[in-house]
Design a binder for this molecule. Structure first.
Ligand SMILES: [Zn+2]
Length: 385
């Protein structure tokens, strides 16, 4: 993979003069470099497939605050998921044939949900705009045997389950996308009376680690090579040939334990993740809380409408009724008209979803820097105690 990347990807070719095969001597890649490099991240061997729209295309979810496009060859994409599917089956007897439910980002399509024989995919916009109880009833009626949920969303479903009850077919819930707090896990297990497991991955490389029944997050060593220095994590994809990632710095923090003999029978690297990307909640004056996704949705929608015009953002709740949006625009798209359009749409959403009395401040920035404490770009911050 190193040879392939440094031979065929313009971005990597520009970094060093001669290829070295000692991974430790290769440069660390930051997400910001990737975002600024656009198409030069693609391997020249895949340009044909890129130009004929044969590559799988996806955008990072935005929870890291940085948005850009990820490409996969469809065969590699499937291959990269193989180890995870094998372990799902080995540990929890979960297979692709069993009915499942998951939530997809609202920027993909306008449907509230997409249903097939084995999958019920629900748009995250339903969590805010749609009728939540209707969607919950839809899930209940579909009777999925398992679900993949972000911890934040799983808590929303727990609330609904208390009101409308659960279904007996549910037996496994997989968490992904956010740091999993044990309180959240306990609440979900108690509410849905099922087993749970944590899965850690990113759209760039797919699955990185998966939790066994003993509670260890085993590194997917067939799919990635994972390193850490201090609490920083660097991943090298062993599968993504179209858009290679070599020593790519992840947003999350953690520590790798090498050669762990686990009671589950697996021997190898285990990762302990640290809390660093928690999605905060918006606090309302009467003590009510709303998930910050409700405002992130505006950004996702604008990016869908204007083809990834917002590179990075941060939303700060300064007071109950005062919100500031820091926005980094894609320089190519930076017209005054677009800026006005963004202001209008964001303010409209804020007034609509939080309250008409809210003051909406929008500040265009060149950069948003990670917080010193966590080393991460938090997308939402609240100063309301
Ligand atoms: Zn294990």
């Amino acid at each position: 993979m190193i040879y392939h990347a440094y031979e065929t990807v313009p971005f990597y070719q520009g970094l060093i003069n001669n290829i070295v095969f000692d991974i430790k001597k290769l440069p660390i890649i930051e997400k910001k470099q990737m975002i600024e490099s656009g198409r030069s991240l693609l391997s020249s061997k895949y340009m044909g497939k890129y130009l004929s729209n044969q590559l799988k295309w996806t955008r990072t979810s935005g929870s890291s605050g940085l948005l850009y496009e990820i490409y996969w060859d469809k065969v590699d994409d499937k291959k990269s998921m193989l180890e995870l599917w094998l372990l799902r089956w080995k540990y929890y007897k979960v297979s692709p044939k069993q009915k499942m439910c998951y939530f997809f980002p609202a920027d993909i399509g306008n449907d509230d949900y997409v249903e097939s024989d084995t999958k019920l995919a629900i748009s995250r916009k339903c969590l805010y705009d749609g009728n939540l109880s209707e969607i919950y009833k839809k899930i209940k009626q579909y009777k999925p045997e398992w679900m993949i949920l972000q911890p934040g969303i799983s808590l929303v479903l727990c609330e609904l389950a208390k009101k409308y009850g659960i279904w007996k077919e549910i037996r496994y819930i997989e968490f992904t996308g956010e740091f999993l707090r044990e309180e959240v896990r306990k609440c979900v297990e108690d509410t849905f009376c099922c087993i749970t497991a944590n899965q850690y991955g990113t759209k760039e490389v797919n699955s990185i680690a998966y939790e066994c029944p003993e509670g260890n997050m085993h590194v997917m060593t067939r799919n990635v090579y994972l390193e850490n220095k201090g609490q920083n994590l660097y991943v090298t994809s062993l599968s993504n040939y179209a858009m290679p990632f070599i020593r790519y710095k992840l947003d999350d923090r953690g520590c790798i334990r090498r050669g762990v003999k686990c009671k589950c029978g697996r021997c190898g690297d285990v990762i302990d993740l640290y809390e660093g990307r928690e999605n905060d909640v918006i606090k309302l004056p009467k003590g009510e809380k709303v998930h910050s996704y409700t405002l992130m949705q505006s950004i996702h929608r604008l990016n869908y409408k204007y083809e990834g015009c917002i590179l990075q953002y941060r939303i700060v709740q300064e007071a109950y009724d005062k919100f500031t949006y820091y926005i980094v625009l894609n320089k190519e798209d930076c017209t005054e008209d677009l800026k006005r359009e963004i202001v209008e749409e964001i303010c409209y959403d804020l007034h609509n979803r939080i309250g008409n009395e809210c003051i909406c401040n929008i500040i265009y920035e060149n950069n948003i820097y990670p917080e010193s404490k966590t080393g991460k770009c938090k997308v939402f911050l609240s100063n309301v105690k």
